[in-house]
Design a protein around this ligand. Structure first.
Ligand code: DAH
Length: 340
């Protein structure tokens, strides 16, 4: 019996030495120590031994079981450690390696300037609202005092989705949408994309951006309009900016004007930038036409308002000294880097 125990143990140890995988170890454990294992089997045979031998052999078998059990556990620990080392080796990170550089972008010049304009107007109590780019003829023209046969529609030809639905040609329809919903006092600006069926050239694009402005309250005058827009110009171009208002015509304002800024390149003498005019036009404005107020259910006897429309591209082009509008849409990173 003793020899048998020893020979089982020796074979088991040899097999154990050459086992290098968890599954092989588990198989060995079952083979020798499991319920039907070889060593366990020996314990069952103890009954056939004499009362004297029984405890001795029993002890030997148990010792052998214990020894084998310990060896298996050691081996399991060894394999686990080896696996861990292997994984650590594989996942090793060299913290001294230079990192991958991600290029962090920056805001497009149009967005930079728009943010600046928003800040300026919000500082004067205006809030920012948005309106739809796909607009009804009613809001884009009709309610703004431009009936179907109005000649001013010719300069604002656009893309029609249906007879009465179009891509808005101006941000002015937002004035109407706001006045229909909110009652005065009102002070809003509304930036956004507008569309016209214009050929692309240095000064035209079928898609461009405007910022609409509207203030409605009791007793608003042309003085409020001039004060607000002059303050805006000074905040944007510096305290020494000089502006002038020229009479103009827009169907939805009366009186109407255009605001020019004295050319900051030549100080009004005339140069290439201002095309020798000394002045640069930056926006259209006027007192909201009584008919427009009426169309929105606001009594023109009680309330007055002023409105303005700024072309964003124009301001951006002046600011970054760009003479071709297309550069703003081509997204050539070399160009953007050069004006950064
Ligand atoms: N919507 C006009 C345009 O696109 C610009 C404009 C002029 C807007 C005068 C206004 C305004 O609100 O009062 O040409």
């Amino acid at each position: 019996m003793k020899e048998k125990i020893n020979s089982i143990l020796t074979i088991a140890k040899e097999k154990l030495n050459s086992a290098n995988e968890m599954q092989a170890l588990e198989d060995l454990r079952v083979k020798y120590l499991g319920k039907k294992g070889e060593l366990t089997g020996l314990l069952k045979q103890l009954g056939s031994l004499s009362a004297e031998e029984r405890p001795k052999v029993g002890q030997l078998v148990n010792q052998a079981k214990q020894e084998l059990d310990e060896r298996i556990k050691e081996k399991v620990a060894e394999i686990k450690e080896a696996e861990l080392q292997k994984r650590l080796e594989k996942e090793k990170i060299d913290v001294t390696m230079p990192g991958k550089r991600t290029n962090i972008g920056y805001k497009h010049p149009l967005s930079q300037v728009l943010d600046e304009l928003k800040e300026i107007f919000m500082g004067m109590g205006f809030s920012v609202v948005e309106g739809p780019e796909v607009e009804l003829d009613y809001y884009n023209f009709e309610a703004l005092n431009l009936p179907k046969d109005h000649p001013a529609r010719d300069t604002q030809d656009t893309f029609y989705i249906s007879e009465n639905t179009l891509l808005r040609t101006q941000t002015s329809p937002v004035q109407v949408r706001v006045m229909e919903k909110q009652k005065p006092p009102l002070r809003i600006i509304s930036p956004g994309r507008v569309y016209r069926s214009d050929e692309v050239d240095a000064n035209h694009s079928p898609l461009f951006h405007q910022i609409e402005g509207l203030a409605v309250d009791k007793g608003i005058t042309m003085g409020d309009l001039k004060g607000t827009l002059e303050t805006f110009a000074k905040r944007l171009y510096g305290e020494d900016a000089v502006v002038r208002f020229r009479p103009h015509h827009f169907p939805f304002t009366e009186p109407s004007a255009e605001m020019d800024i004295q050319c900051f390149s030549c100080g009004g003498k005339g140069c290439r930038l201002c095309k020798n005019e000394g002045w640069i036009e930056i926006l259209g404005c006027g007192m909201v036409h009584p008919k427009v107020l009426e169309n929105c259910g606001i009594d023109p006897e009680e309330y007055q308002g002023f409105a303005f429309g700024i072309g964003l591209e124009r301001i951006v082009m002046r600011k970054f000294k760009i003479d071709d509008m297309r550069l703003l849409y081509e997204n050539d990173m070399k160009f953007f880097e050069s004006i950064k």
